[in-house]
Design a protein around this ligand. Sequence first.
Ligand SMILES: NC(=O)c1ccc[n+]([C@@H]2O[C@H](COP(=O)([O-])OP(=O)(O)OC[C@H]3O[C@@H](n4cnc5c(N)ncnc54)[C@H](OP(=O)(O)O)[C@@H]3O)[C@@H](O)[C@H]2O)c1
Length: 261
Amino acid sequence: MEDVDSSIFSAAVWVLFVFCPATAAALRYVTAPYGRHGRAGWGFFLSPALGWFLMESPGIWVTLLLLPYGRHRRHPISVVVISAYLLHYFNRSVVYPLRLLKNGGKGKKENLPVSVAAMAFGFNVLNAYVQTRSATQYVEYEGLGWRAWARVAAGLGLFGWGMWVNVAADAALLRLKREAGGGYRVPKGGWFELVACPNYMGEAAEWLGWAVAAGSPAAFGFFLGTCANLFPRALDHRRWYVEKFGPSFPPSRRAVIPFIL
Ligand SMILES: NC(=O)c1ccc[n+]([C@@H]2O[C@H](COP(=O)([O-])OP(=O)(O)OC[C@H]3O[C@@H](n4cnc5c(N)ncnc54)[C@H](OP(=O)(O)O)[C@@H]3O)[C@@H](O)[C@H]2O)c1
C-alpha cells in the first residue's frame, strides 16, 4: 500500500514540474480570460467571489482531509509549514471572496469563466495533495539541527513579507475599483511605483519563502508553477495598462519584478 502511495506521490510531483513550462508556454500565447481580460468563447461565467471560493477551497479541505495520515504531522517544522499553507488559502478562498463581495457589489459581476475556475480547481486539488503529503509524510526531518530551523525561519520571514505585500496590494486594487465605480485606474504609491502587479510579486515571494521553509522539491515546484502562471499574466496586465492609459502609465514601471521584468 505504501508503495502505491509513494508511486502516486512521485507521479504527482512530476505532473507539477511538467505543468510549469506547459503553463508558461500556453500563457505566452493565450491571455487567461478572466477579470479585465475576460472575453466570449470560454463558456459560462461565474461571479468572481463564488469562483475564487470554489477554486481555491481545495487548499483547505484537501489539506485537512490528508493531514491525519501523515507520519510527520506533529513534527514542529511540518506543523509550521502546513499552517502557513492553510493561512494563505484561508485568505484566498474565504477572506478575498468576502472582500470581492463587499466591494460595492462590483465583485458580483460575472467575469470568471467556469472553464478557468475548473482548471484552477483541478490544479489546487493536485497541489494540496502534493504539498500536504510532502510536508507531512515524505520530507525527512530526522536529525535536523539549528541550520534547518534557521532556514525555516528565513523562509517563513519571506513568506510573511510576501503575503503582506500581496494582501495589501489586492486591497488597494479593490479600493481603486470601488473608487472608479467598477472601472479601472492607474494604481499609485508604494510598490505600484515600481511594478504593475505587486500582488503577483508578493505572491511569488510568498511561495519562494514557503519553498525555502518546506525544503522539498514539491514546494519548489509549486513556486515555479506560481511564477509560470503569474509572470505572463503580469506582462499581459502591463501591456493592457500601456494600451489603455498611454503615457499616464509610467513607462519605467515594470510588470512584476522591479527594474527587471
Ligand atoms: N498562485 C497562483 O498561481 C495565482 C493565480 C492567480 C491569482 N492569484 C492571486 O489571486 C489574487 C487575484 O488575482 P487576479 O489575477 O484577479 O488579480 P488582478 O488582476 O490584479 O485583480 C485583482 C482585483 O483588482 C481589480 N483591479 C486590478 N487592477 C485594477 C485597476 N488598475 N483598477 C481597478 N481595479 C483593478 C480586478 O478587477 P478585474 O477582475 O475586473 O480585472 C480584480 O477585482 C492575487 O493576489 C493573485 O496573486 C494567484
